[in-house]
Design a protein around this ligand. Structure first.
Ligand SMILES: Cc1cc2nc3c(=O)[nH]c(=O)nc-3n(C[C@H](O)[C@H](O)[C@H](O)COP(=O)(O)OP(=O)(O)OC[C@H]3O[C@@H](n4cnc5c(N)ncnc54)[C@H](O)[C@@H]3O)c2cc1C
Length: 508
């Protein structure tokens, strides 16, 4: 049931068992899973049904760290959240390595291992419409081919792609039904504690600059995303002066992205130029859409204390290996993400001093954009695009900024930072790939990270993570292994039909 919160009288009080703050993929999925459990569930969504300028302006944040796209170009205030702008709903389970505490990677390791989540991946697959749960490259290889690389160095990893509107369709089920109250234009302002200060009893909600109402519930779920969850906790100073759950100054820390880097090039030689590597192109089968990437073998990553990463391959025409191509794509990224282009003057000089290359590149890029294929099909050059794990870094963080939004709340301030290990790991992974292709006798990796001129930019992937770190100890994490904020009691509520068992933390 959809309710526009602007129609509620000021000072209204809504009663619920479970109140979900945020109507993005997480909030909508959770609310849908609670259907039929007998709980009175309400969802508070800051935006409207579609992305509207006024609520969207609430997503603006100060950005003071790494050259980063504008935060409000990566998060969308509307029922459906960031899924409103998905261009490819790609998915794969986390690797066992991702959960391990790795020597050489400070603060790494989860309180449980990957097996703990295994039972839920099948369910997530159904929710996301991803088809059968199968990530074995061999299953797809019957019809498509991969590069012949020694798995002792590099393994072929599969990604799956789901329908782009899967969250919006699920949203519709909530809106059409009577069981869940979905409030739009309802921005949570502050979590309010009970008289004992041990439990969150209510949330104060704004439906306009001077309009407030209250939701009282047994259980509050923060599903406002990796920037607004810590923001809301930090704004909740009535409950705890330094921010709710922030007794150890951890809320907002360890902000992570998946660093995305377009760096290096696979140069295929001789007969290898004609190798079939169609498994690396996105391809739809009747029950699934798949694409392969290349990943450094887990035992090598462990042994060398690196971060995990994976590489997308894209054969490109020779024209796009020129410096003019890098300059043009830097400007294209700047326009797409509406940010200042680093080294803009240098790029401009490159374009002016290489007019022929510039014209060729522009032609190739225009044709690719229009028809999805290149003018010249040369298979000697394969662009490498890295998607990497970021090292946990307490200095990379979300705090409250000085500016205020139109509802009067302090905006988020993002200070995204990478460490030397983040860059070293990307470069080392390129080295591992280089060794594998050389040993296979098919070519080499050229222009690894740091050797390109101008230097490759490390951007984000609109994946906001960290900021409410999970750890069994309140001194090292904001939430416990069951996602409950340390130090705050939760009331009894009726669990979902097939609710997850409590996590059993691994002792570290
Ligand atoms: C262009 C793009 C492409 C992406 N592609 C992929 C992909 O292929 N694969 C993938 O895994 N991920 C992808 N992502 C990331 C993915 O969208 C996010 O991981 C996902 O949306 C997170 O879901 P969420 O519900 O936690 O947060 P969000 O989607 O951010 O939703 C949070 C919701 O909370 C609301 N909200 C915020 N603050 C408040 C408040 N105070 N009160 C009430 N409501 C509030 C917001 O309006 C929003 O609707 C992509 C993101 C973008 C932008």
């Amino acid at each position: 049931m959809l309710i526009d919160a602007r129609t509620l009288p000021t000072d209204a009080v809504v009663q619920a068992d479970v109140c979900v703050v945020g109507g993005g993929p997480a909030g909508i999925t959770l609310a849908a899973e609670l259907l039929g459990t007998g709980n009175r569930v309400c969802v508070l969504e800051s935006g409207g049904v579609t992305v509207e300028p006024r609520p969207q302006s609430l997503a603006r944040a100060e950005s003071v760290g790494l050259s980063y796209y504008r935060v409000d170009a990566t998060r969308f205030r509307a029922l459906g959240g960031a899924s409103h702008r998905w261009i490819s709903a790609r998915a794969r389970p986390l690797d066992p390595l991702d959960f391990e505490a790795r020597p050489g990677v400070p603060d790494s390791g989860w309180p449980f291992d990957s097996e703990h989540l295994t039972p839920y991946y099948g369910r997530a697959h159904r929710v996301l419409g991803l088809g059968p749960f199968d990530y074995d490259a061999a299953s797809w290889e019957k019809e498509r081919s991969r590069l012949p690389l020694d798995p002792a160095h590099v393994v072929t990893t599969m990604f799956r792609f789901g329908p782009l509107d899967v969250v919006l369709r699920r949203r519709q089920r909530l809106v059409d039904g009577e069981d869940v109250q979905v409030y739009v234009h309802a921005t949570a302002q502050e979590l309010v504690a009970d008289d004992l200060g041990s439990r969150v009893a209510a949330v104060s909600v704004a439906s306009g600059p001077a309009r407030r109402f209250t939701v009282r519930a047994q259980l509050f779920v923060l599903a406002a995303g990796g920037i607004d969850n810590p923001r809301l906790l930090l704004l909740s100073t009535g409950a705890q002066p330094q921010g709710l759950g922030n007794g150890h100054d951890l809320v907002g820390r360890y902000f992570m992205e998946h660093p995305h880097t377009r760096t290096g090039m696979l140069r295929l030689q001789g007969a290898a130029r004609h190798l079939d590597m169609s498994l690396h192109r996105r391809r739809s089968f009747p029950d699934a859409t798949v694409q392969a990437t290349l990943t450094p073998a887990p035992h090598v990553v462990r042994a060398r204390s690196l971060l995990n990463s994976t590489w997308w391959l894209r054969p490109i025409p020779a024209a796009l290996t020129s410096p003019a191509a890098a300059a043009l794509s830097a400007f294209r990224e700047g326009v797409t993400h509406r940010v200042r282009v680093p080294h803009a003057l240098g790029h401009l000089r490159t374009l002016v001093s290489h007019p022929v290359d510039t014209a060729r590149c522009a032609g190739e890029l225009a044709v690719e954009r229009g028809r999805g294929r290149w003018l010249t099909a040369d298979r000697a050059f394969v662009e490498l695009r890295a998607m990497s794990e970021q090292a946990p870094n307490p200095a990379s963080r979300v705090t409250l900024g000085r500016q205020r939004d139109h509802l009067g709340q302090r905006r988020a301030r993002l200070d995204w930072r990478l460490t030397g290990l983040d860059r070293e790991s990307i470069r080392a992974a390129q080295g591992i790939l280089d060794q594998a292709v050389r040993e296979a006798g098919i070519g080499r990796v050229e222009r690894p990270l740091g050797d390109e001129r101008p230097p490759a930019l490390i951007g984000g992937g609109c994946h906001h993570m960290g900021t409410t770190r999970m750890h069994p100890s309140p001194r090292r994490g904001v939430v416990d292994p069951d996602c409950r904020v340390h130090g705050w009691r939760t009331c009894s509520w009726r669990a979902a039909r097939s609710s997850p068992p409590s996590a059993t933390p691994i002792r570290r």
